[in-house]
Structures are given as structure tokens and as C-alpha cells.
Ligand binder design. Structure first.
Ligand code: RIB
Ligand code: CA
Length: 314
């Protein structure tokens, strides 16, 4: 099977880290580059966390690790260390290998170079705020337009937000960047809270599978997901976690995991109460051929969880 060239753009927090393990353990994908962006935690911590995960999995054919934007295009940075820990890995980074001390190229240059080199074969999986992608588009839209597809975890179409009443975190942090990417004309698949909130993994299952696998990587995954799941227990009443970012990677591996709808969707960036809200035209009359955005409206939950566990504990 020919593997698909992929660039992952991440604000690596805990679910991002699970998404990276899923991606790096999946032969269907060839991870060419991982670019970091400020979001869950500061971008310098994100870059160190990517290096930690690559060392944890002992990846030999290492992707380029590039560092990106330290803040959104216009607004001040909002972080989520209460969810992901101060280090972005559940304050458990001490249980992971130390990051390599190395210089990192710029995320924008790396994104444009991959678009130029792989063209329509490239899939960009964006699992944080879209700041880097928007900057790359502003710098060279002609090259950016060569990419095959952008899969972005973000937005909330018919469900409440997770950052205030109407916004999802990634699009709340940088609504201007989300607006640019969703209107870029590049084919985009949006993986919103509407589908990611339909799937949770329970702590008991993580413990059972990690102890059965009993590898260093499996035990480290158990460690760095611990406080993420406790956060959900404290705030949502279940001892487990949502798999927002792993779902975006899952769709890159197997697009048939989701049912999508071609719609016009934009992101509010000026509202006093609606910063980051995805505003979607769900009326039947609009002409779908004018939209380059497909929004996931349903997920094959069982099949996704099977894929997730099959690869996470490889
Ligand atoms: O709203 C969920 C998204 O925000 C995920 O990407 C999570 O990592 C945070 O960045
Ligand atoms: Ca993320």
C-alpha cells in the first residue's frame, strides 16, 4: 500500500500527543513534517513535546520538526494548561525521554516546502489553532493551493462550544486564521465537536490496554493522559477523555470513518460574545459546488475506536 504524505500542525497537548502516536504508528501515513503552533501551551513547549513523542516511539525516519507561531494573528494567546497541564503533556513529561537539543526550521517555510514538494498528494492535518496555515497562505497562496486537502479539528456546528457557549478552542484562539483557511479555496475537511463529542475513551480501558501491552510507550501514554482524564471527571463527570485530535488523524487514515456535508462555513472574529463561533449555512438551497469545505456530521464510532486502540498500543 502506498503511504500518504502528511504534515501535522499541532499545539501538542494531550489529545494531540495521542494523535501523533496514532499517526506515527499507522503505515497508511508517511509523516513528512510536524509543525508546532501556540495553543494549549506555549509554542516552545509544543516543539519540545513533539521531540519527546518521537524519542518515546524511537522513530528512526524522523519527520522535520518545525516551530511556528507563538501567538495568534491578531488576538492575545489563550492557553489551556488547566486541561493539558503546564507542560502540555499532563505535567508528566518527566516520564518521557528528554527532547533533542536541535535547531528547528520555521513552520511557515516547512508548510510551503511540503506543499511544493508533494502537491496534491499532501494532506495537512491541523490539530491546533490555524495560525501557521494562515501565515503560509498569506505568504504564498499559489504554493499553498497545491496541497491536496487540509483536515482541521475545530468548530462546533450544531452543538455548544467548549470554550465559552458557542466556540470550540482551536477556532476561538485564532478566529482570523480559521476564517482565512476556510475561505482559502483549498479543499478542507472540518472535524467539529459535533463528531468529536460523540466518542470518549474511558480510563479503565486505557489502563487495561496499557498494562496488557506493558511497553515503555504504553505506560508513558497512560501517564500523560492521567490528568487530562481527571479534568473530564471533574468537569464532565466521566473518567475518560475526548479524542478530538486523534479523530482528525483517523480521518486522514480512513476518510470513510466520517460522513461529511459540503456547506458554507465561516468563523466569527469580531463578535463581542461570539469570538471563534462557526457560522454555517445549513439551508438546503445554497449551491454546494461553491463551497470547498466539507464538515463531518457523523462518525463510525466503533470502527474509529478499533483503529485508535489498534495503533495506540502497537
Ligand atoms: O477543542 C479541542 C481542541 O482544542 C483540540 O485540538 C485540543 O488539543 C485543543 O487544542
Ligand atoms: Ca490540539
Amino acid at each position: 500500500m502506498k503511504s500518504k504524505p502528511v504534515l501535522i500542525d499541532t499545539d501538542i497537548g494531550v489529545d494531540d500527543a495521542m494523535a501523533l502516536v496514532l499517526a506515527l504508528n499507522s503505515p497508511e501515513l508517511s509523516i513528512k513534517a510536524i509543525t508546532t503552533v501556540a495553543g494549549n501551551v506555549d509554542v516552545t513547549k509544543c516543539t519540545r513535546n513533539v521531540e519527546r513523542i518521537l524519542n518515546l516511539l524511537n522513530i528512526q525516519d524522523r519527520p522535520i520538526v518545525a516551530e511556528g507561531a507563538s501567538r495568534p494573528l491578531r488576538l492575545p494567546l489563550v492557553k489551556a494548561s488547566e486541561v493539558h497541564g503546564k507542560d502540555g503533556l499532563g505535567d508528566a513529561s518527566a516520564f518521557l525521554p528528554q527532547p533533542r537539543k536541535s535547531k528547528h526550521p520555521s513552520a511557515v517555510e516547512t508548510i510551503l516546502r511540503c506543499c511544493d514538494q508533494y502537491g496534491s498528494r499532501l494532506t495537512i492535518v491541523a490539530i491546533g489553532p490555524l495560525t501557521n496555515l494562515a501565515l503560509a497562505w498569506k505568504k504564498n497562496p499559489r504554493v499553498m493551493k497545491k496541497v491536496g486537502r487540509i483536515i482541521t479539528m475545530g468548530g462546533a456546528i450544531r452543538v455548544p462550544g467548549n470554550t465559552g457557549p458557542v466556540a470550540e478552542f482551536n477556532y476561538f484562539v485564532d478566529p482570523d486564521a480559521a476564517h482565512i483557511v476556510l475561505n482559502s479555496g483549498v479543499p478542507v475537511t472540518v472535524i467539529p465537536l459535533d463528531v468529536t463529542h460523540q466518542v470518549v475513551v474511558m480510563r479503565k480501558e486505557m489502563e487495561y490496554r496499557a498494562k496488557r501491552r506493558a511497553s515503555l510507550a504504553a505506560l508513558a501514554v497512560l501517564k500523560f493522559t492521567e490528568s487530562y482524564m481527571r479534568y473530564h471527571l471533574d468537569t464532565q463527570g466521566f473518567n475518560g477523555g475526548y479524542l478530538h485530535d486523534p479523530m482528525a488523524v483517523g480521518v486522514a487514515i480512513d476518510p470513510s470513518l466520517v460522513k461529511t456535508r459540503n456547506v458554507h462555513v465561516d468563523v466569527e472574529s469580531k463578535g463581542a460574545f461570539t469570538r471563534g463561533m462557526t457560522v454555517t449555512d445549513l439551508q438546503e438551497h445554497h449551491n454546494p459546488s461553491q463551497s470547498t469545505v466539507d464538515v463531518a456530521v457523523a462518525i463510525d464510532r466503533e470502527r474509529f475506536l478499533r483503529l485508535f486502540h489498534d495503533r495506540l498500543w502497537k
